[in-house]
Design a protein around this ligand. Structure first.
Ligand code: BTN
Length: 220
């Protein structure tokens, strides 16, 4: 099924525009809200997401499903493969290219749907800690990338072991990590696996810690 794409020149956040369209126009799963720029783009953990002209900013309205956050990261990195940009995933779903952030995903639930917000730096000048597809040497057309992401996410690969595919693209497994979880609790150790619920398992020396959410930093 092809998505219905609603494109706006500028919005505060495509996540909020999607919520508004769900409420006011009763749009449903299968819609994508896309903007040329955002004035109040949101990242995970209340961070802001700089969204100047020249990036991909889109919210996919999907039916909720298990591991949607993992599946979304996988879909974005697979879609980028099609442009010869081989990105890895920092747990849970940051898109990284050569250790720099290329994109991010914010998954929110509202009513009966999941809002999968995807931001990818394409042509703009990214922050020094970040990168873009242009910097990675690729000329990526936003619409083509968006459609490829949709196809990977909604078409899927029948019978595929999602976690096995995710693990192969993980930039985190096998690295030392510092994960800041709720209430500023910090887990530091070796990232050893991602389990069937999408939790990161960290060997902290004398036991294994598992966390389903958190901001992850690679420290070794
Ligand atoms: C992160 O890495 O913290 C997630 C960033 C998600 C950014 C995208 S851009 C499209 C959508 N609208 C938003 O306000 N945020 C997401």
């Amino acid at each position: 099924m092809l998505p219905t794409i609603r494109r706006f020149p500028q919005v505060e956040s495509t996540q909020d525009t999607a919520r508004m369209l769900l409420d006011v126009e009763h749009v449903n799963v299968g819609h994508i809200v896309m903007a040329d720029s955002q004035t109040g783009g949101r990242g995970r953990y209340g961070r802001s997401w700089l969204s100047p002209y020249g990036g991909l900013y889109a919210t996919l309205i999907l039916k909720p499903r298990p591991l949607i956050s993992i599946a979304s990261g996988l879909a974005v990195s697979r879609a980028l493969d099609g442009f010869d940009v081989h990105a890895l995933l920092k747990w849970p779903n940051d898109i990284e290219h050569e250790g720099r952030k290329l994109g991010g995903i914010l998954v929110e639930r509202t009513g009966e749907v999941a809002l999968v917000g995807i931001g990818v730096n394409l042509d703009g000048e990214p922050l020094s800690s970040a990168t873009s597809t242009r910097r990675a040497g690729a000329n990526v057309r936003r619409g083509d990338l968006l459609l490829a992401i949709w196809q990977h996410l909604e078409g899927g690969e029948p019978g595929e072991d999602l976690l096995a595919s995710y693990r192969k693209r993980s930039a985190t497994l096998g690295r030392r990590v510092r994960v800041t979880v709720e209430h500023q609790r910090i887990i530091e150790g070796l990232a050893i696996d991602v389990d069937e619920a999408g939790r990161l398992l960290v060997d902290v020396g004398d036991h294994i810690e598992e966390t389903s959410s958190g901001s992850c930093e690679h420290i070794g």
